[in-house]
Design a protein around this ligand. Structure first.
Ligand code: IPE
Ligand code: IPE
Ligand code: MG
Length: 243
């Protein structure tokens, strides 16, 4: 079970309360801990949280700097707790545009939690779903060029295998349930490939207000859905329809 969350609405939450946007991000960071604990209790295998998109670099410099500081504080304070709770932390997204101290903390947190097995907590920082696909295409093109040099042709099976390998290299499983808080109903460049058959749940309130009860309600909603993956409805829902 892979649950992904677009943690949106921090800024609006703060502004509605007459607070600076950064207060919303800090409240959002506090909400993360509770939801991670709820995911552990609900036996979710992977929880992926969208923390900073590649497009978020275009926000005002002071907001970006404060967010980067918040990510550092989060990793500093949560690494030991994750080990205690048997949570493996994995950061997805580009690293070459992050500052060295943050990259160091990411590597440290991933290293100390590598053996943990209860939940994989993935945090997307400087993430772009399109960029992941673009990079996979470049890797595939390189592989195919080499194959053509070796054998003068490539089969479609070979290309399909290269695509599976290149996307698999992004280490991200298919998303089962995608939750977005904050009222917007869009993907904003998050896990585009992996969300092909994700069930979507939209929550009106902002991320700082998202509670364990909201998480559990989204899971209940997910369990009520009939996932068909392009096939016909399952016998039980067909019976319900004809009844
Ligand atoms: C989501 O909240 C957090 C990040 C994108 C870093 P926003 O900052 O987008 O909050 P709104 O959407 O402006 O309310
Ligand atoms: C998506 O939220 C990114 C994160 C939650 C980290 P945005 O607030 O950046 O998305 P848009 O601009 O509303 O599409
Ligand atoms: Mg937003």
């Amino acid at each position: 079970m892979h649950v992904a969350i677009i943690m949106d609405g921090n800024g609006r939450w703060a502004m509605q309360r007459g607070l600076p946007r950064m207060a919303g991000h800090r409240a959002g960071a506090r909400a993360v801990r509770k939801v991670v604990e709820a995911a552990v209790r609900s036996q979710v295998d992977t929880l992926t949280l969208y923390a900073f998109s590649a497009d978020n670099w275009s926000r005002p410099r002071c907001e970006v700097d404060s967010l980067m500081r918040l990510f550092k504080q989060y990793l500093q304070s949560e690494a030991a707790r994750c080990v205690e709770q048997n949570i493996r932390v994995n950061i997805i997204g580009r690293r070459d545009r992050l500052n060295a101290a943050l990259v160091h903390l990411i590597e440290h947190t991933e290293a100390v939690t590598r053996h943990c097995t209860k939940l994989t907590l993935q945090i997307a920082i400087d993430y772009s779903g399109r960029d992941v696909i673009r990079r996979a295409c470049l890797a595939i093109a390189g592989e195919c060029m080499e194959a053509i040099e070796r054998t003068a042709s490539v089969s479609t099976d070979y290309v399909a295998e290269q695509i599976a390998q290149a996307m698999g290299a992004s280490r991200c499983a298919n998303v089962d349930l995608l939750i977005r808080t904050g009222g917007e109903k869009r993907l904003s460049d998050f896990l585009l490939w992996e969300s092909a058959y994700a069930e979507l749940v939209f929550v009106e309130h902002g991320w700082p207000e998202f509670s364990e009860a909201d998480f559990e309600a989204a899971l209940r909603e997910f369990r009520r859905r009939d996932r068909r993956f392009g096939t016909v409805p399952s016998p039980t829902s067909q019976q319900e329809e004809t009844a």
